[in-house]
Design a protein around this ligand. Structure first.
Ligand code: TRP
Length: 331
């Protein structure tokens, strides 16, 4: 059995993965595989909580997401890749944790209040959506994870998870769950093509699966240095989004490109054209993965089996702690 500490993390299959995911969460996951035993989860129940009015694409997106993970370097032979809905114990533990979590703890979560306020066109004032962070806690605790890599926006959910662990321990005098450590993913600060945060809801992203023509078109639309009007004006690469992309995707070229920009040897159009080719190269393996013979079903079947084993053991301990019978085994 592995002596390494365990990590669990997840993503919701609510849209295609984009460059922001690649240089943020995904890169981090790939690196963490070196040091931890990793469980990576497709959070399809969570996707259903927000997209329940139009859930048609969740299943397909879940599979695409797994392909993108693998193309990025998440290794199904080393890490457990699984789908939340394949392991039914997530809902069982969610129910137990819901019972012991005071209503006030979830009502005051800032992301909840923010989403209710900001998400237009969808009714998120449901009983289930209030429980979103409790299901997330169940995801983590089901695997008795030691640490969870997440972005800043998920911090409140992790703090709630830690509080729930303490409450469970206090109520049942059972030490089943480690208090999971929060591994904050360094904000990659990759902005969208319009200069705002790269996000699905702003439709300003370059998807990992975009074809070369789409990448060229989007790159051409990118905002550049607002102070540079004519090509003969000297550029300010440190405030130009296109130049920042060069730094992220071709760091070895940065010095040269930035210098040419400053000295007006390189215009913004050329800069965007050449960047597009760099981005096309960086996303090549994601397009290739779509035509390769990677058997997603196989990866997910193995993942469900491995995750399920862990989940059943945790639920055996939890049932015992809260005084429920183990359950009669039906064939
Ligand atoms: N809520 C997370 C997000 O939107 C996704 C998620 C679900 C998750 N369950 C998790 C992340 C468990 C970490 C651990 O990004």
């Amino acid at each position: 059995m592995s002596q390494r500490q365990r990590i669990l993390s997840g993503m919701r299959p609510t849209g295609p993965l984009h460059l922001g995911h690649l240089v943020g969460a995904l890169k981090n996951w790939v690196d963490l595989q070196e040091r931890y035993e990793c469980f990576f989860m497709v959070a399809d129940w969570h996707a259903l909580m927000s997209d329940y009015e139009s859930p048609q694409e969740i299943a397909q997106r879940s599979r695409q997401m797994v392909l993108d993970w693998i193309a990025a370097g998440v290794d199904p032979n080393r890490s457990v890749i699984f789908r939340q809905s394949d392991v039914r114990e997530h809902l069982e533990l969610y129910a137990v944790l819901s019972i012991i979590t005071p209503l006030g703890w979830v009502e005051r979560i800032p992301t909840y209040k923010e989403q209710l306020r900001e998400v237009a066109g969808r009714d998120l004032a449901t009983y289930g959506f209030l429980g979103y962070p409790i299901l997330q806690a169940a995801d983590i605790l089901l695997y008795r994870a030691h640490a969870v890599p997440v972005g800043e926006d998920q911090k409140a959910h992790l703090e709630l998870t830690r509080e729930i662990v303490r409450r469970f321990k206090f109520l049942y005098k059972a030490d089943i769950f480690p208090e999971p450590e929060i591994l904050l993913t360094e904000e990659a600060r990759l902005l969208g093509i319009d200069g705002r945060k790269m996000s699905k809801s702003y439709d300003n992203f370059i998807a990992l699966s975009d074809d070369p023509e789409a990448v060229r078109k989007k790159a051409q639309k990118m905002f550049t240095d607002p102070k540079r009007i004519k090509m003969t004006d000297p550029g300010h690469p440190e405030t130009c989004n296109v130049c920042h992309y060069w730094e992220v995707f071709a760091p070895q070229e940065k010095e040269r490109i930035w210098a040419e920009c400053r000295t007006s040897k390189r215009g913004c159009t050329q800069n965007k054209q050449e960047l597009a080719e760099v981005l096309i190269k960086a996303t090549e393996k994601f397009r290739a993965m779509r035509v390769q013979q990677v058997d997603v079903d196989d990866v997910l079947a193995w993942g469900a089996e491995r995750a399920g084993r862990e989940a059943r053991e945790t639920m055996r301990l939890v049932r015992k702690a809260v005084g429920l019978p183990e359950g009669i085994k039906t064939p």
